[in-house]
Structure formats: structure tokens, C-alpha cells
Design a protein around this ligand. Structure first.
Ligand code: ARG
Length: 272
């Protein structure tokens, strides 16, 4: 009986010691918690999220019989992964889900033509801007003559990408009922061609490529949408100063070498 108690006490003491040492170890690890940059280097892989529906930024292309995601954002991501000496993994998802995926550690960074708005900056860090573009409406060919100002779009159905700043611009200018928000820009363009929406608001380079690629659609004339927030940056988890500094180095290098323009031109050439 006595021996049993002693054993139990000893076992308890041993367990306590283990627990204490584990706690000690845990807090030590917490002190030295890996920052986002170290975590990427440690796993040897940079996982980025994108919505690959936005040529020339990011889009799908069949290369050697294999579906691939290409575009100038992707080239910048490749360059950054190379600068870090890690592999690159790309996850294609709905634009609206990108910042959520970042919060829940499903991805390390967002390369998706994303504009660093004040609202988004509350939940994510953004790199320096590396590209700017205006927004334009894409219409069915023939409608350019009658739709030349915002008012001409009243009563029409406006298509926008869910969670995008174009959605916000539409909400500021049109009735809720006249806005259709979809996950993918590719589906918006289909809806435009099939008369399900009458205009799609996207960034100009994307509008230009879609008009080249698809018959029967055109860019609205004289209907440029001003956006003081405009521009594209890379998003990462809030409070990632080390990762932020590192990605800004890659962006600076590309800008200094005047490479971004070249990457955009190359991406335009890849569109079928
Ligand atoms: N620049 C816009 C925004 O930040 C649209 C970006 C859409 N990007 C995309 N890959 N579909 O809201």
C-alpha cells in the first residue's frame, strides 16, 4: 500500500517534471516563434494564392498538354521564390477567398492583382505597388455607341468579381439589384456574351485581352473609372515585416531593371 502511494507520487512527480519541461520548451519556442519569412524558408516552399482568371496578371494556359497557371504576377512570384531559394506552389481559388486563406495559413502570400485598400490593409500587409491600371467597362459590341457615361449604365446589369474593388465601385454607383457578383472573371465574360449581364467592370489590361480573345465584346469608350486606390501589390499576413522587406527587395530589383513591363508584354503574348 505504502509502496503503491510512493510509486504514484513518483509517477506524479515525473509527469510534473515532464510537463514543466514541456511548458518550458513551449514558451522558449514561442519566444523564438518563426516569422513568416523563416517559416517559408524552413519548409522550403512558398505557397501563393491567386485567382487565375485575370490575364495578363494570372491565367490558365495549356503548355505541353498540361494545364498551367501563368502571367506576370506568377513570374514575379517565381522570381521571389528563386530569390529565397525555395520552391513555388500555386493555389488557384476564388478571389474573394484569398485573404481568408491567408488568415488561416493555407497560403503564405497573395499574388492576384490585388489592390491594397485601407480596408484590406487592416488584415494584411502589402508590398510596394508594382503595377497600376485603370478600370474599364467591357460591353457587347455595338453598345459602345449608346453607353458612354455612367448614367447610360443605369438600369443595365453590371457584372463584377466578388470581393473586388470593382464590386465596391459598382455598389457606389448602381442599385444593388443591378449588380451581379461572380467568383471568376471568366464567367463574367461568358455572362456578357450570353446577355446575362450588360457590362463587366475590370482592369484595363484584362479588358483589352478579353476583347482581343473573344468576339462580340468591346471596351466602353470615354468611360474610365477613376480610382484613387488603384494599383497592385502582394499581400501577406499582417505583421510580417521580414517577409515584407524581402519581397520589396525583389520588386525593387525588377523595377530597377525595368523588368515588370517586359513581364507584362510576355504574359500578353502567352494568351491564346
Ligand atoms: N484589383 C482588383 C482588386 O484588388 C481586382 C483584382 C482581381 N484579380 C484577379 N486575379 N481576379 O480588387
Amino acid at each position: 500500500m505504502k509502496a503503491g502511494i510512493v510509486k504514484k507520487i513518483m509517477a506524479f512527480a515525473a509527469a510534473t517534471t515532464i510537463a514543466i519541461s514541456m511548458v518550458g520548451c513551449g514558451s522558449g519556442a514561442a519566444d523564438k516563434k518563426q516569422n513568416s519569412l523563416e517559416a517559408i524558408k524552413a519548409k522550403g516552399k512558398l505557397v501563393i494564392g491567386t485567382s487565375a482568371d485575370y490575364p495578363p496578371y494570372e491565367f490558365h494556359k495549356e503548355i505541353d498538354g498540361k494545364d498551367q497557371i501563368v502571367g506576370f504576377d506568377i513570374e514575379i512570384a517565381k522570381q521571389f521564390a528563386k530569390d529565397l531559394g525555395v520552391e513555388l506552389e500555386i493555389k488557384d481559388m476564388a478571389f474573394d477567398g484569398l485573404l481568408v486563406a491567408l488568415q488561416s495559413d493555407k497560403i503564405d502570400m497573395v499574388f492576384s492583382g490585388m489592390t491594397p485598400t485601407d480596408e484590406r490593409k487592416q488584415n494584411a500587409d502589402f508590398s510596394d505597388l508594382y503595377y497600376t491600371a485603370t478600370h474599364r467597362f467591357v460591353l457587347r459590341s455595338g453598345d459602345e455607341a449608346s453607353i458612354t457615361k455612367m448614367e447610360d449604365l443605369k438600369g443595365k446589369k453590371i457584372g463584377v468579381q466578388k470581393g473586388s474593388i470593382q464590386e465596391r465601385i459598382a455598389q457606389e454607383n448602381f442599385d444593388k439589384d443591378s449588380i451581379k457578383s461572380l467568383d471568376k472573371v471568366t464567367d463574367l465574360i461568358l455572362d456578357l456574351k450570353n446577355n446575362k449581364v450588360d457590362a463587366v467592370l475590370i482592369e484595363l489590361p484584362v479588358a483589352e485581352i478579353n476583347v482581343q480573345k473573344n468576339e462580340g465584346i468591346a471596351i466602353a469608350k470615354n468611360l474610365e473609372v477613376k480610382d484613387p486606390d488603384g494599383g497592385t501589390a502582394i499581400a501577406m499576413k499582417k505583421n510580417s515585416p521580414e517577409l515584407l522587406a524581402e519581397v520589396n527587395k525583389t520588386i525593387k530589383k525588377l523595377k530597377d531593371e525595368d523588368k515588370i513591363k517586359q513581364l507584362v508584354t510576355d504574359a500578353n503574348k502567352l494568351v491564346d
